[in-house]
Design a protein around this ligand. Structure first.
Ligand code: AMP
Ligand code: MG
Length: 482
């Protein structure tokens, strides 16, 4: 008996794209979190299973019928340097067919070493897996494409980082785990037929309407580019910093993936970096669009042999597409900012109106989330910073812009409240919930998940969840490969 309806297509690709591999045995698996809402959404019925059976399932100790676990091979530019990689601590259990027709990967993270583990132990610690669960579910509630988190199980085995930590397995759900790095891996084999096979697979799985395009390579570049643009624009809307935008973490589906060193910024500042290893600020908040376009250029390189047989012609076509995508981003960003500021229609000065607010916010060091939320509540943020003449001057321009458009201000503010959340996963709240959770008290984590499940509706009694951390002189830091 299996709660899943597995139908695996990835393992029909040539053998070099994956390696079949079982999960390591967990000595004492214990269910920590199960996402009931997601289970319902995926048509998964766990009602006949007790906690022990669920722990056995989500640790990999008891393989469900039809599961055919495998690790995927891929490559990637990590902080600009190219490496051959692969799932070093992840296994796809299978592709589940959702009753509504979707196909999703069910993947374990932290289930033990694979052929691609290199020097890693293949394991994950409980704290970081709970962190991925909270932040990915918050992203989903914010309306941002993302992988989801179905379950977290403690393994009963210690993992060794700087000190022994409780081990865990996260079960992640993704539209697929195809990434830019998968195409780079195919291209690195030196056989264009492999890239062509992967393109067919990606089109079948994510872009079936493009199957009849004359130039499928170019069509895929454009489609993936548009989804990545939509995604990164959404990150910018909510102040999200992914933290490790390596090409192996850029999905073909356009979902956010790999919640390692990510975090939300408090004070608005494009140079914000949380990752302990990002010394150059390569993946800083404001650098994300540029890096996204850089990653798309790496994607284009992998696709070149398919774009045209003539190498020069292929580069010319790909370059033109990348330029068009850069323009698409600019237009999309302005549209997103228009939603944040309640603008309808467009005026020549809109770009300056947005840029000037963000520059002022950076200088005044005001909270990203709370500033936009206050603008959305009544257009009048409170606090000393907002009494500055520079802000008043901007506000007068903005109000004049709102007065020139049709529809009343109340309607504009109502729309703004959907674009500007009241609640994001505040770093100190996340840390407090994880500290309690890893010590065995899950109540603060459940409470946080409940708050974040409805981010745009302000509720009485949740004021603490809308506050940035009190600065204590130490900058918040996040970590990769935890
Ligand atoms: P990330 O930056 O988290 O996407 O990871 C980059 C690569 O390192 C991927 O191929 C991961 O599978 C691998 N990796 C991360 N942590 C571990 C670990 N503990 N053991 C083995 N491989 C790992
Ligand atoms: Mg990764």
């Amino acid at each position: 008996m299996s709660p899943f309806r597995f139908d695996n297509t990835y393992t029909r690709l040539p053998r070099l794209f994956y390696s079949k591999q079982g999960a390591a045995a967990a000595p004492a698996p214990k269910l920590v979190l199960l996402n009931h809402a997601l289970a319902r959404d995926l048509g998964l019925d766990f009602s006949g299973m007790d906690d022990a059976a669920l722990a056995a399932l989500f640790s990999g100790n008891a393989l469900p019928e039809g599961a055919e676990p495998f690790a995927q091979a891929y490559a990637g530019h990590q902080f600009g340097g190219f490496s051959l990689l692969g799932d070093g601590r992840a296994l796809v259990l299978g592709e589940h067919l959702v009753p509504d027709g979707r196909r999703v990967d069910i993947q374990f993270k932290g289930s033990g070493p694979t052929r691609y583990s290199r020097s890693g132990d293949g394991r994950a610690a409980l704290g970081p897996m709970l962190r991925e669960y909270v932040i990915s579910e918050a992203m989903h509630a914010l309306g941002i494409p993302t992988t989801r988190s179905l379950a977290v199980v403690g393994t009963g085995q210690a993992v060794y980082r700087e000190r022994p930590l409780p081990g865990a397995v996260l079960t992640r759900v993704a539209a697929s785990h195809l990434r830019v790095g998968t195409f780079q891996y195919a291209a690195a084999q030196g056989d264009p037929a492999l890239v062509a096979q992967l393109v067919e697979y990606a089109l079948d799985r994510h872009y079936p309407h493009l199957k009849n395009e004359a130039n499928r390579g170019l069509a895929l570049l454009k489609a993936v580019g548009e989804r990545q643009i939509a995604l990164v624009t959404e990150w910018l809307r909510v102040g999200f910093i992914h933290g490790v935008m390596n090409t192996d973490n850029v999905t073909i589906s356009g979902e956010t993936i790999d919640y390692g060193p990510c975090a939300f910024m408090d004070a608005h500042d494009p140079t914000t970096v949380f990752s302990s290893i990002d010394h150059q600020g390569r993946y800083a908040f404001g650098n994300q669009p540029r890096i996204m376009l850089w990653n798309l250029a790496r994607f284009a390189e992998a696709l070149l042999p398919l774009i045209d047989e003539d190498g020069d012609k292929a580069v010319e076509l790909a370059t033109a597409e990348l330029h068009a995508l850069a323009d698409t981003f600019e237009a999309g960003w302005l549209a997103m900012m228009g939603r944040k500021l309640g603008l309808s229609g467009s005026e020549p000065d809109d770009r300056a109106l947005c840029d000037d607010l963000l520059s002022w916010m950076t200088e005044a060091r005001v909270d990203h989330t709370n500033t936009f939320r206050a603008l959305a509540v009544d257009g009048m943020p409170a606090g000393a910073a907002f009494a500055e003449p520079a802000f008043a001057a901007w506000q007068a321009r903005w109000h004049a812009r709102l007065d020139r458009q049709s529809g009343d201000r109340a309607a504009a503010f109502e729309g703004m409240r959907l674009a500007n959340p009241a609640y994001i996963p505040r770093n100190h709240q996340v840390e407090a919930a994880l500290a309690a959770g890893t010590a065995g008290d899950l109540a603060p984590l459940h409470r946080l998940l409940e708050v974040l499940a409805d981010p745009c509706t302000e509720r009485a009694g949740l004021e603490d969840y809308a506050q940035p951390a009190v600065p204590d002189g130490r900058a918040y830091q996040t970590f990769c490969g935890t």
